[in-house]
Design a protein around this ligand. Structure first.
Ligand SMILES: C[S@@+](CC[C@H](N)C(=O)[O-])C[C@H]1O[C@@H](n2cnc3c(N)ncnc32)[C@H](O)[C@@H]1O
Length: 339
């Protein structure tokens, strides 16, 4: 439980918090942390490397120092340990692409429209906000979005594939599978498995490319369509939906749950992986923030919790095994079986 605030400065810190986020996004876009890791990093060398005027770069670096991302000693800049591990090209946890495109691009852009979303208004009448800005003229385009999504999903997908034993399963249907990061992780871990990815037509080329790059093109089938209306293949051992239930409204969640039920063999299992808060809605914060970030995309989206997801699955006829944390304080996984 978070301690209730009692100081106006704490409220100020919240109102200014987005400026720190913007400083991070700007630094990642200039690839500042990679440049700092690369060698002598003083204001002059960094200004030359980034082609940013020293006055502006000084201001940005000062902001980055205040949040602990970089340090400065005798005019030389150094990355903090976390910046060195996660924000530098080639570093073990490098997720610059995800920060820049998903958080700095989509989430930030989307949240500018939160007020409208709270009133139940949609930015694009016929599609979600992200789909609208990804695929509209001048948008980043489906492949840039899928690439960033892929970078963000690779690590978590491996965690899930290690943790979830698919037993003797031979067929997996990944609904809203996007780039196929989860599918590929499960295929790698389960040599007898083959998979179908169902997603909007715009993502299929990217998913095909990743499957080919992973040497698994012959084990992945792609269905281009809308998961709410396009027929799903039947006789599946496993149906996975990762970050899909947070993107659709309550009625559509019910439709996806009953479609999953129909496409599974008896004994087959459904896996719902998504941002989920605790059932008493007390947190965790990151899950709550991501769910808030989903509202501009779809004002009908639900505040998912383990209990909510389990109820939807059991209403669709599933026997629920339970919900467990997946990405610490961000996502959870609910497993259920078709009796
Ligand atoms: C946040 S991405 C997650 C992708 C992937 N499951 C992962 O975890 O990396 C959500 C995906 O669901 C897809 N999606 C959302 N609504 C859909 C629908 N009605 N039909 C098909 N795909 C849908 C989107 O195109 C996108 O690829």
């Amino acid at each position: 439980m978070v301690k209730p605030l009692d100081d106006v400065r704490q409220i100020s810190a919240l109102t200014y918090g987005f400026i720190a986020s913007k400083a991070l996004f700007a630094a990642v876009d200039l690839d500042l942390f990679t440049r700092i890791a690369g060698g002598t990093a003083n204001l002059e060398t960094l200004a030359n490397a980034t082609a940013v005027a020293p006055n502006r770069l000084r201001t940005l670096l000062t902001a980055l120092k205040t949040v602990g991302l970089v340090t400065e000693t005798d005019g030389k800049f150094a990355n903090s340990p976390a910046a060195a591990t996660y924000l530098v090209a080639g570093a073990p946890g490098d997720f610059r692409d995800y920060i820049s495109v998903v958080n700095g691009g989509f989430l930030y852009e989307g949240l500018r429209h939160l007020g409208k979303a709270m009133r139940g208004e949609r930015t694009f009448p016929d599609k979600g906000f992200y789909e609208g800005i990804v695929y509209s003229e001048g948008g980043v385009g489906g492949s840039a979005f899928s690439r960033a999504q892929h970078a963000g999903s690779l690590g978590p997908a491996q965690v899930m594939a290690r943790r979830v034993d698919l037993g003797s399963a031979t067929t997996l249907l990944d609904v809203g599978g996007g780039s196929g990061a989860y599918t590929l992780a499960f295929l790698r871990k389960n040599p007898k498995l083959s998979a179908t990815i169902l997603d909007f037509p715009q993502t299929v080329d990217t998913a095909r490319r990743y499957a080919a790059e992973a040497g698994m093109a012959d084990r992945v089938n792609h269905v281009a369509g809308n998961a709410l209306t396009t027929p799903w293949p039947g006789e599946q051992d496993v149906v996975l939906m990762s970050y899909v239930w947070s993107a659709v409204g309550g009625n559509d969640i019910r439709t996806l749950a009953s479609r999953a039920f129909d496409s599974l063999k008896p004994g087959g299992q459904v896996l719902i992986h998504d941002f989920m808060v605790d059932d008493d809605h007390s947190g965790p914060a990151f899950a709550a923030w991501y769910l808030l970030g989903a509202l501009p995309d779809n004002p009908e989206a639900e505040c998912l919790s383990g209990g909510f997801v389990e109820r939807c699955l059991s209403d669709a006829g599933f026997s629920v095994d339970g919900t467990e944390p997946m990405l610490h304080e961000i996502t959870a996984l609910t497993r259920a079986r078709k009796p």
